[in-house]
Design a protein around this ligand. Structure first.
Ligand SMILES: C[S@@+](CC[C@H](N)C(=O)[O-])C[C@H]1O[C@@H](n2cnc3c(N)ncnc32)[C@H](O)[C@@H]1O
Length: 459
């Protein structure tokens, strides 16, 4: 939108309900054309956006993966959409100032769809991710000036590579039964739907990569037994010998296996196939941050002694990560979760960690308010929904309940910005003040950013 604006082109984009994509009225057309173009922006999906000057004097906007502002690149356009075209990256003719190709650690970078930013120094990745949040709020949260505070700096991951404690490589088996000489096992090629063979993934932990090697051999040896393709599961689990206190990293490959994770002094267990955050190195920073936000005094007045809320409702609580790590800030925690397995693990995780003030309710977050009896003025609420964000049924009930503080943790800042606009534009939510918004980088080298927004209901 910014690029089109700067070129004086129309920007009347419609977005899909989940805020993730633009709705286009025109069917895409196939167009194959090689071109050289300058990259002027980096999109929220981590792709370069370039302006292609055509011979007839018109300009076309082209999305070129693996490129950054300042690059002059060769690319092959393969699809024309209503507002822009998509291209395959071919090569860098001259690199932008920020590009440092010596940082690239994966030989499949520019083919695999997993990472987008390996050529960008880490501090610049963090600045870019802050910009993604700034733009998400600019374009998806249409509220009065001054309501959204300046976006804070993005907090980095202690590990920039070797951090992913979960990998899910896959392979396809042709339906006609004619197996290729070597079945590719790995990840999807950028812009395509087929799998490319990838032996290791440098953002995966060393333990995950070691087990992945074995799994690849096992699949290759037994490939004739597969009627269709499959996705492999690799999930790192921490084991501590209770007597010697020595730690060992194991890797679970069955979705029913039980994974153990330590976050500071808390031990959390969950089934390998269920949701859990996949970068352990950043979890102490994130959970301590969320806990600090819950403890903040209620008034913006520095000398205020009005204490923080006594109760915490952790909607979308999973196996209890925030309920457990933030329990010491409040008198009582109520976790809500739609997955029965996660609720049962959240309950046993609280027991294992000797936490008596947390209990967990099975249910849809959209209808939990009738089960919550804590006084809203003394209740903080953590929202950590899936990528699609909160639905309007949930947000309307939240606006009837009006918790004193909201800590909204999101893996999709576009739906978070949309949801904040819903809350802040409703007359019931007018008294919410947005205290802060900042990103946490759970996935270095990729375009993803987690965003945490904190809101307090003023008197
Ligand atoms: C992004 S995860 C967060 C989990 C947890 N906060 C954590 O960090 O481990 C979202 C969780 O919401 C749960 N969930 C999805 N839809 C839900 C709904 N309608 N009501 C309650 N929980 C839901 C999922 O099962 C998942 O555990």
């Amino acid at each position: 939108m910014q690029v089109r604006e700067s070129l004086g082109l129309p920007v009347n984009f419609k977005t899909s309900e989940d805020g993730n994509s633009f709705v286009v009225d025109q069917q895409p057309s196939t167009e194959f054309r090689h071109t050289e173009l300058s990259i002027v922006r980096l999109s929220s999906t981590g792709d370069g956006i370039g302006v292609d000057k055509l011979e007839d004097g018109t300009t076309e906007i082209v999305v070129v993966p693996y490129s950054i502002p300042g690059d002059l690149v060769r690319a092959k356009i393969y699809k024309k959409l209503e507002y822009y075209s998509l291209a395959d990256f071919e090569e860098v003719i001259s690199g932008g100032q920020a590009r440092d190709d010596s940082l690239i650690r994966c030989k499949y970078f520019t083919k695999c769809a997993g990472c987008q930013l390996q050529m960008l120094p880490y501090e610049k990745q963090l600045l870019h991710k802050r910009e993604v949040i700034v733009r998400a709020y600019k374009y998806f949260c249409n509220v009065s000036d001054g309501v959204i505070p300046e976006i804070g700096d993005t907090i980095g991951s202690p590990l920039e590579y070797g951090y992913r404690t979960k990998l899910t490589p896959h392979f396809d088996v042709p339906r006609n039964g004619h197996l290729p000489a070597v079945t590719p096992i790995g990840f999807t090629q950028k812009g395509r739907s087929f799998v490319i063979d990838i032996e290791e993934c440098p953002i995966g932990t060393p333990a995950i990569n070691a087990e992945y090697k074995k799994e690849r051999l096992r699949v290759r040896d037994t490939i004739g037994t597969y009627k269709r393709g499959a996705t492999l599961l690799l999930r790192e689990s921490m084991e501590i010998d209770e007597t010697t206190k020595e730690t060992k990293k194991a890797v679970c490959t069955d979705s029913k296996d039980i994974v153990t994770e330590y976050v500071n002094s808390y031990r959390l267990m969950y089934p390998a196939g269920d949701f859990f955050q996949c970068n352990s190195s950043i979890l102490p920073r994130v959970t301590e941050y969320v806990n600090t936000q819950i403890k903040l005094p209620l008034s913006s007045n520095e000398s205020s002694t009005v204490p923080a809320p006594k109760y915490l409702v952790d909607a979308y609580c999973g196996s209890g990560l925030f309920s457990i790590t933030c329990n010491d800030s409040v008198e009582e925690v109520i976790g809500v979760e739609i997955s029965p397995k996660s609720v049962s693990f959240a309950t046993s995780n609280a027991q294992d960690n000797n936490i008596a003030n947390a209990h967990f309710v099975l249910g849809d977050a959209a209808v939990i308010f009738e089960k919550i009896s804590t006084p809203p003025k003394e209740t903080s609420m953590i929202l950590d929904p899936p990528r699609k964000g909160c639905d309007s049924t949930f947000l309307n009930q939240l606006l009837d309940y009006l918790p004193r503080r909201i800590v909204y943790v999101s893996c999709n800042v576009h739906t978070q910005a949309r949801d904040l606009a819903y809350i802040l534009s409703d007359r019931r939510g007018l008294k919410y003040r947005v205290n802060s918004i900042r990103g946490f980088d759970f996935f270095p080298q990729t375009h993803h950013v987690e965003s945490i927004a904190v809101l307090t209901l003023e008197d």
